[in-house]
Design a protein around this ligand. Structure first.
Ligand code: SAM
Length: 347
C-alpha cells in the first residue's frame, strides 16, 4: 500500500512511498522537526519500527539500484547499492529519486592520485582555511548548553574542546557557565593565534588555555596535566581521514577521567551538503573533500557507534538530529541531518 506524507524536512508532499519507508520517515528521532500526521496510524507513533524484512523494505531504492546494476554492472552503482543498504536498515531518511540520481553522479568522476596527495596535508589545508576566513566563517554555537545539559552544571567542570577552530563553541560557554575550565586545541596554528588575540579569550584567561595539537597523533597529556570531566568533539571527526578516526577518539581517553564523557555532534548521512556535492569530490563511501581541500565525512549511527566502541568507549546515547535550514526570501527549505551522541569512558 502506498501512502502520502507531508515531510517536514522537505516542506513538501511526497507520495508513492511504501508503508515501511513512510514509517521510517516518522521514525526519525528529532528535537527540531514538527511531527506531522501521516495517513497511516502506525506512522503517527514515534516508536514505530518498520515491520518489513530488509529485502522488501523501500522498493524505491531497490528499483533504482537494480536498474543501474542491470545497465552498468555492480562496480558502477556503489552509491545506489549503499543508498539501498542504508534505507533498509536505520536510515536517517528516505531519498527521492532525484537525490538517488545525484548520489549516483558522485561516482561518475574519479579523484586523481595527485589530488589525493594534496588532500593529505590536512593541518595545512585547515590552516589556509583560517588564513582566508579568520573568525568570519563559523557562527558562535550558543546551542551547546541546550543540547548537552552536562555543560550547564553549577559544579566545577573541566573540559577539552577538540578541534576548537577560532573558539565558536568554548568562548560563549565561558561566558555562560562561570564554573567551567576549558582546555582547547586545534591542529591549525592560525586558528589558535586568532583565539589568543581575541579579547574574550583574554578576559577569561584564568579559566582557559588553548594550544596546537593534532588529535590523531599528539600526546594531549603534555598540555593537559590532569584528567577531565568532558571532551567536546563537535564537527571535527568528519574532518579526519576515516583510517585515523578510531586512533583520534582513542587518544581522547588519555585525558578523560574514568566515567568522563565525550559529547559528540557531526554531519549525518544524507545531509543536504552531502547530496549536493558535484562529481569529482567523492573519495570513498560517505567521504568527500570540499573545494578548499578539507575532508568531510557523513556518518551513519552505526559508523559513530563502531568508532567509539573500537576506541574503548561505552555508548550512552546516539541519534540523528534533523534540522531545516530555510531561506524565506527564496522559499527554500533544506534538510540538514546531524548525528549527536554521548560516549562514556568506562570507570
Ligand atoms: C568544522 S571545524 C569545527 C570547529 C569547532 N569545533 C566548532 O564547532 O566551531 C573543524 C575543526 O577541526 C580541526 N581539526 C581537524 N582535524 C583535526 C585534528 N586531527 N586535530 C585537531 N584539530 C583538527 C580543524 O582545524 C577545524 O578547526
Amino acid at each position: 500500500m502506498e501512502v502520502e506524507l507531508l515531510v517536514p524536512q522537505y516542506g513538501t508532499i511526497i507520495s508513492g512511498f511504501s508503508e515501511s519507508c513512510a514509517a521510517r520517515l516518522h521514525d526519525m528521532p528529532s528535537s527540531d522537526t514538527k511531527a506531522l500526521p501521516s495517513t497511516t496510524p502506525e506512522s503517527q507513533s514515534e516508536e514505530v519500527k518498520p515491520k518489513c524484512k530488509a529485502c522488501c523494505a523501500c522498493p524505491e531504492t531497490k528499483q533504482v539500484r537494480d536498474a543501474c546494476i542491470m545497465e552498468n554492472g555492480e562496480a558502477d552503482c556503489q552509491a545506489l547499492i549503499e543508498a539501498h543498504k542504508q534505507s533498509s536498515s536505520s536510515s536517517p531518511r528516505v531519498l527521492s529519486e532525484e537525490e538517488l540520481l545525484q548520489l549516483a553522479r558522485h561516482d561518475s568522476r574519479p579523484v586523481t592520485d595527485f589530488k589525493r596527495r594534496q588532500l593529505r596535508n590536512e593541518s595545512g589545508n585547515w590552516d589556509k582555511f583560517y588564513q582566508r576566513n579568520a573568525d568570519r566563517f563559523f557562527k558562535d554555537r550558543h546551542w551547546t548548553t541546550r543540547e548537552f545539559a552536562e555543560l550547564s552544571t553549577e559544579a566545577p567542570l573541566k573540559l577539552l574542546e577538540v578541534g576548537c577552530g577560532v573558539g565558536n563553541l568554548f568562548l560563549p560557554l565561558l561566558e555562560e557557565n562561570p564554573s567551567v575550565y576549558v582546555y582547547a586545541c586545534d591542529f591549525a596554528p592560525t586558528a589558535i593565534s586568532i583565539i589568543q588575540a581575541d579579547p574574550n579569550y583574554r578576559k577569561h584567561s584564568d579559566r582557559c588555555q588553548c594550544f596546537v595539537a593534532d588529535i590523531t597523533k599528539d600526546d594531549l597529556t603534555s598540555n593537559i596535566p590532569e584528567t577531565l570531566d568532558i571532551v567536546t568533539l563537535i564537527f571535527v571527526l568528519s574532518a579526519i581521514h576515516p583510517e585515523k578516526m578510531v586512533a583520534a577518539v582513542r587518544n581522547l581517553r588519555k585525558v578523560l577521567r574514568p566515567g568522563g564523557l565525550v559529547l559528540f555532534r557531526d554531519y549525518g548521512l544524507y545531509d543536504h551538503a552531502m547530496i549536493r556535492f558535484a562529481p569529482g569530490h567523492k573519495l570513498d563511501e560517505k567521504f568527500y573533500f570540499r573545494q578548499d581541500c578539507t575532508y568531510t565525512y557523513y556518518f551513519s549511527l552505526e559508523d559513530v557507534q563502531r568508532i567509539f566502541t573500537e576506541a574503548g568507549f561505552a555508548l550512552e546515547e546516539c541519534d540523528y538530529v534533523h534540522k531545516e535550514t530555510s531561506n524565506q526570501k527564496l522559499n527554500l527549505h533544506v534538510p540538514r541531518i546531524f548525528v549527536q551522541g554521548k560516549f562514556r569512558n568506562p570507570a
